[in-house]
Ligand binder design. Structure first.
Ligand code: CP
Length: 328
């Protein structure tokens, strides 16, 4: 694996899930694989789970990790063309190659602007790191996708569901007071549809249709009760409108998943990527009940990251290009 910025970088999704589950059983199975290799984790935006789980994963593989909070500690970066006469100090075309000399693998977190859909959906920021760093880039969440989260979600569904049939998995929109990215929903939909080992339904109010390139193959309905009927897993997540980009079009609190609504399901397990707003997105009653597997999901972030880093480290290393070489 050269980069991990979307599921398109993954040759075999099931294999990656199984690698994650193997690492969960034996975290130090490959504890020397990353010896002498350095991982840089670059954060343009905040994080708790991704930051810590990826560090733990790298340490399990014997890698050295350095975390760099650009938003807080670094020079503000420019990504556009033209005269740099604004507030940005350094262009990504100059910064990324330097990071490529310091590290063997680079993780990057960046959020969308939610103002310019074309720019966000072109993945301008992470693509420039891919283009100019010269080393493998791992998405720690980008403008439109969160693949490490999705891999952890599939690991969680796989280890939780023990029946021979396909589980019914429902992604439901939830209310929120702030406009949030579509990343987690896009990414989960994309991984679920490509994986193909579940009956997958997306439900949301009018105006919240996701980009169909991510939901192609999913059943989509604006009737939440209908979607929840017989569900084995309910993934709760807010996202702002894709069609009226970045806007909040619906504030109907009846979309919050409650214990009453869970009665429609097949004793569904409830998922959320976290952080979650209690009693807004998801009722505290559900979150504090045995139905919730949100902590298990977050714990599985370590094994997802470890599988991805291991796949990258297993690539052929070319020590010729650049001071520290590149993986090919
Ligand atoms: N789910 C997730 O990515 O959490 P953090 O934003 O805390 O990393």
């Amino acid at each position: 694996m050269k980069n991990f910025v979307s599921i398109a970088d993954v040759a075999d999704v099931q294999l990656l899930i199984e690698m994650g589950l193997n690492y969960k059983n034996n975290p130090l199975a490959d504890h020397t694989l990353g010896n002498g290799k350095r991982l840089g984790l670059v954060f343009l935006n905040p994080s708790m789970r991704t930051r810590i789980s990826t560090q733990l994963a790298a340490q399990n593989l014997g890698m050295e990790v350095i975390v760099f909070n650009v938003g807080q500690d670094g020079w503000s970066l420019e990504f556009g063309d033209g005269v740099m006469d604004g507030t940005s100090v350094e262009h990504v075309k100059d910064a990324a190659p330097v990071l490529g000399q310091y590290f063997d693998v680079l993780g990057l977190r960046t959020f969308p602007s939610l103002k310019n859909r074309d720019e966000d959906y072109s993945e301008l920021v992470i693509q420039q790191f891919v283009n100019y760093a010269g080393i493998p880039v791992v998405s720690l969440e980008s403008a439109t996708l969160h693949p490490l989260q999705s891999l952890a979600d599939l690991i969680t569904i796989t280890e939780t569901f023990n029946e021979k049939r396909k589980p019914k998995v429902v992604l439901t929109w939830a209310p929120h007071i702030k406009p949030l990215p579509q990343c987690v929903a896009n990414s989960f939909a994309q991984w679920m549809t490509v994986w193909g080992r579940a009956e997958f339904v997306v439900t949301h109010p009018e105006g919240y249709t996701l980009d169909e390139k991510f939901t192609n193959g999913a059943a989509i309905t604006t009737n939440q009760d209908e979607a929840l009927a017989g569900a084995d897993f309910v993934y709760v997540k807010n996202w702002s409108s894709y069609t009226e980009y970045g806007k909040i079009l619906n504030t109907d609190r009846s979309w919050m998943l409650t214990a009453e609504k869970l009665k429609l399901t097949n004793k569904a397990r409830v998922m959320h990527c976290l952080p979650v707003r209690r009693n807004l997105e998801l009722s505290a009653e559900v979150l504090d009940s045995p139905a919730s597997i949100v902590t298990q999901q977050a714990a599985n972030r370590v094994w997802a990251a470890q599988a991805v880093l291991a796949k990258i480290l297993q690539c052929k290393f070319n020590p010729v290009r650049g001071a520290r070489g590149v993986y090919e």
